[in-house]
Ligand binder design. Structure first.
Ligand code: SF4
Length: 218
């Protein structure tokens, strides 16, 4: 499972460990952190925390920082190159460690914000998949927190005193202004439509293709 050191992936790690204890089927887990090489990033804190929970841990050290600085062109997005490199490393490590699933910590809010982002800025009706075969054709990506609202994760993170680690990248905090705008929009709408987040998530599993304009679906 991918553990960046943020609240979402730490919460997923603990919840999956609890799930593993109770599940009627046996499976093993390993926490994988990709160290992109950003100065100041402290994977040791993640390693120590994961080990303290008796969960296997792997830190993948990379030179993504150097590659991004070399490849980045004016106007290109730091995050998109960083995320692509990170995802590639995760697939590669999953394959090397013989993991048949890769769990990512995206939560309910990520799903519906992505749905809005794709409609507003890309002109496409799509969100994320809770389970899909990755582009490498062998790893199945799962997102176990799909039904968990971000505010529950924030409360959990505080109550469990998770040792959240900053990614220390050059754009941390300023990244993804569009996603932040979607969050504000949803917060505003929620004051009038209290159930809006759950309703939007439900809509993702209640699609009526005949009432859309995509001829390939009719
Ligand atoms: S915020 Fe930083 S660590 Fe996260 S994807 Fe963007 S560049 Fe990478």
């Amino acid at each position: 499972m991918a553990v960046s050191g943020g609240k979402d992936s730490f919460a997923m790690l603990l919840l999956m460990e609890e799930f593993r204890r109770r599940a009627p089927v046996r499976f093993d887990m390993v926490s994988v952190t990709v160290d992109s090489g950003y100065p100041g990033f402290c994977p040791e804190i993640i390693e120590e925390f994961v080990k303290s929970r008796n969960i296997a841990v792997h830190i993948e050290r990379t030179n993504h920082y150097g590659i991004i600085n070399e490849k980045k062109r004016p106007g290109s997005s730091y995050c998109s190159i960083c995320a692509r490199l990170k995802r590639g490393s995760l697939y590669e490590v999953a394959s090397r460690l013989s993991c048949n699933k890769l769990a990512l910590g995206h939560h309910l809010d990520d799903f519906i914000e992505t749905l809005l982002l794709n409609q507003f800025f890309v002109g496409s009706l799509k969100a994320m998949s809770a389970r899909m075969l990755a582009d490498n054709g062998e790893t199945v990506v799962i997102r176990p927190l799909v039904y968990t609202p971000e505010r529950d994760i924030i409360k959990f993170s505080e109550a469990a005193q998770l040792p959240v680690v900053s990614c220390s990248c050059p754009v941390a905090g300023d990244s993804d202004m569009r996603r932040k705008r979607m969050k504000r929009l949803l917060d505003d709408l929620e004051s009038e439509i209290p159930n809006i987040r759950k309703s939007m998530l439900t809509a993702l599993s209640n699609v009526k293709p005949r009432h859309l304009l995509d001829l390939s679906l009719i």
